[in-house]
Design a protein around this ligand. Structure first.
Ligand code: NAD
Ligand code: ZN
Ligand code: ZN
Length: 337
């Protein structure tokens, strides 16, 4: 099988020929149909974060494909079923986080395309209990971005408290942001979209953003404060300056939800203002299997639209450059069929 492999944080990925792996008793072997390119894969390949993956490894945590073989302990999915392989490759299933709906915080978790090989390959192994079935009527090319960009922003927008009567700022209308904007609208919020490219600002308008702000030419916080301030802001842009702009856009009692993870991600906050304004600053990491099932259900009902372009896995390195150069309509998806 073909796989894109990170061998060195400073070098391009290599396309390698590998043996198709065999599943352990708790695993499934998935024949990958498509695999989304999340900005996280670029951080992984570059070793951007304090906790680094160990090369050689195969990135990819927006994998969608068909179960080709299953170990004898696998009960919940069957051979022939379409499943998604998300970031949460597995968790312990027993700790207080796992049993209270916070499996994404489990200290014993593994992560697809990071601590275990991911979906930038024609086949991938996954834990039978942690793959999420993709329902009929959801195009696998849409299911791929929904498996990280979708579930992550669905969760973040829920944590933001979006509901009718609230104003929610979405900072960065990329792979994650274009879905965040749609979830905020589904939850009934007034939406403010911020980006720095003409294409993304146009996309935000097409997706129905109530207000669109160009962070290149406009003072984001000033513009949002003129509207009355944001009840919540979801930070999805890979830029430290954007975090502070989002924080400064909040009204009293507002919530900043941090999601993007730049290489040297830092946000300095004034304690006095944060206290007096009763501001909440929270981090949000992906979403649970249940969140992803809800994301697929919303898509099946026609409530969301995935903006994507198709690419070949062989072009992975130019694809990384396209994303970093802001040249992508929203999400790139490798079609491996
Ligand atoms: P992306 O590159 O597709 O989107 C980023 C967007 O931000 C682009 O549209 C870009 O034009 C815009 N942008 C850049 N600078 C800006 C600025 N100053 N103000 C406003 N917009 C700006 O990336 P993505 O795949 O959507 O991922 C975004 C980030 O989220 C990455 O750091 C990724 O690692 C992280 N991420 C976090 C989680 C999580 O669970 N916390 C999950 C997935 C991805
Ligand atoms: Zn991701
Ligand atoms: Zn656990």
């Amino acid at each position: 099988m073909k796989a894109a492999v990170v061998r060195d944080f400073t070098k391009p990925l290599e396309i390698e020929e590998r043996e198709v792996p065999s599943p352990e008793p708790h695993q499934v072997l998935v024949r990958i149909e498509c695999s989304g390119l999340c900005h996280t894969d670029i951080h992984a390949a570059h070793g951007d974060w304090p906790v680094k993956p160990s090369p050689p490894f195969v990135p990819g945590h927006e994998g969608v494909g068909i179960v080709e073989a299953a170990g004898d302990q696998v009960r919940h999915v069957k051979v022939g079923e379409r499943v998604a392989i998300p970031w949460l490759a597995d968790a312990c299933g027993r700790c207080d986080f796992c049993v209270t709906g916070w499996e994404t915080l489990c200290l014993s978790q593994h992560n697809s395309g990071y601590s275990v090989d991911g979906a930038y390959a024609q086949y991938a192994l996954a834990h039978g209990d942690y793959v999420v079935p993709v329902p009929d009527g959801v195009d696998p090319m849409d299911a791929a971005p929904l498996s990280c960009a979708g579930v992550t922003t669905y969760k973040a927008v829920k944590l933001a408290g979006a509901r009718p009567g609230t104003r929610v700022l979405i900072s960065g209308i990329g792979g994650l942001g274009h879905l965040a904007l749609q979830y905020a609208r589904i939850f009934g919020a007034e939406t403010v979209a911020v980006d720095i490219t003409d294409e993304k600002l146009k996309l935000a308008e097409e997706l129905g953003a109530d207000h669109v702000i160009d962070a290149r030419t406009q003072d984001v916080a000033h513009e949002v404060q003129k509207l009355g301030g944001a009840d919540a802001a979801v930070s999805l842009a890979v830029s430290n300056a954007s975090f502070r702009a989002a924080y400064d856009s909040l009204r009293r009692g507002g919530t900043l939800v941090l999601v993007a993870l730049p290489a040297e991600g830092e946000l300095t906050l004034p304690v006095f203002d944060t206290v007096l304004n009763g501001t909440k600053v929270i981090g949000s990491i992906v979403g649970t299997r249940q969140d992803l099932a809800e994301v697929f259900r919303l898509h099946q009902l026609g409530r969301t639209k995935v903006i994507r372009e198709t690419r070949k896995l062989e072009d992975v390195n130019t694809c990384f450059d396209e994303v970093l150069g802001g040249k992508v309509s929203a999400r790139l998806v490798f079609d491996m069929r």
